[in-house]
Design a protein around this ligand. Structure first.
Ligand SMILES: [Zn+2]
Length: 219
C-alpha cells in the first residue's frame, strides 16, 4: 500500500481516539494560534486503539531483534507497553523518569532498578507518542548509549517536525505539521471564531490573554 494512503489510515485511527482535533481554534504551547491540535493525553484513552497503534509500530520493527522498549512519560509508556506486547522478540518495557542527572540538573534518567535490562550490547526500540522538538528522544538515545546499548529504531505516532534526524531508523505513523499563527495575524481571530478552552493553552478554562471580560459564574 502506498505510504500516503497508509498514513491517511493511521491519521484516521488517531482521529478516532479524539486526540486529533481539527476545524477549531486553539492556543498551542508556544502561544501561537492554530486550527488543528494534537492532544497527546487523549491518544491512549481507548485501549483498543492504543493496541492497534502499538501493533503498527511493532510490525514495522518486527524483523529487528529488540531486547528493550524504552519510553518516557505516561502516555508514551502506555503505547510502549502495547508495542512491547506485540513485538515478536517479547522485549522488556522500561521507562525513563525526570530526575537529577550527573551534574545535579533535572533531566531524563533511567531508574537504577532498570539498569540490568539495558545491558551492554542490548538492542533498544524507543517509543514516543507525539514528537515536537525531539529533545526527549535525544535524551533517551543518550541513556542507551551511556550503557553501551544500541538503538535499533524509534517509533512514534505523530511527528510534527518533518526533516528531523536522529542517526537511526525512524518511523512515524503520521508526519504532519500544521500552520500556526501569531495572534495578531490569526485568520480565526479575525473571523471571530471562539477559542477552544478545553484543549491547548486554555485547557482548564484559563482566561484568554485578551479577554473581553465576560466572566463565568460559579467557580
Ligand atoms: Zn486566533
Amino acid at each position: 500500500m502506498e505510504a500516503e494512503v497508509l498514513e491517511r489510515i493511521n491519521r484516521g485511527i488517531i482521529l478516532r481516539t479524539g486526540a486529533y482535533l481539527t476545524n477549531d481554534h486553539f492556543i498551542i504551547s508556544s502561544g501561537r494560534h492554530a486550527r488543528e491540535y494534537v492532544e497527546k493525553r487523549l491518544v491512549t484513552t481507548e485501549p483498543g486503539f492504543t493496541e492497534g497503534l502499538g501493533d503498527i509500530i511493532a510490525t514495522h520493527y518486527g524483523a529487528s531483534p529488540v531486547d528493550v522498549v524504552l519510553t518516557s512519560g505516561i502516555g508514551a509508556s502506555i503505547l510502549g507497553h502495547c508495542v512491547a506486547r506485540a513485538h515478536p522478540s517479547r522485549p522488556k518495557l522500561l521507562y525513563a523518569v525526570k530526575g537529577k542527572g550527573r551534574e545535579g540538573k533535572t533531566e531524563v534518567v533511567l531508574p537504577p532498578e532498570f539498569f540490568p535490562f539495558l545491558f551492554s550490547g542490548s538492542s533498544t526500540l524507543i517509543v514516543e507518542d507525539i514528537l515536537t522538538t525531539g529533545s526527549t528522544i535525544r535524551s533517551l538515545i543518550r541513556l542507551v548509549e551511556e550503557r553501551d546499548g544500541r538503538v535499533v529504531g524509534i517509533g512514534t505516532l505523530w511527528n510534527r517536525s518533518a526533516g528531523i534526524k536522529f542517526g537511526c531508523p525512524f518511523f512515524a505513523l503520521v508526519t504532519k505539521n500544521f500552520p500556526t499563527y501569531l495572534r495578531e495575524e490569526c485568520p480565526l481571530c479575525r473571523k471571530g471564531v471562539p477559542l477552544n478552552t478545553q484543549y491547548g493553552g486554555l485547557a482548564g478554562g484559563a482566561a484568554p490573554k485578551r479577554s473581553r471580560g465576560s466572566r463565568r459564574t460559579g467557580s
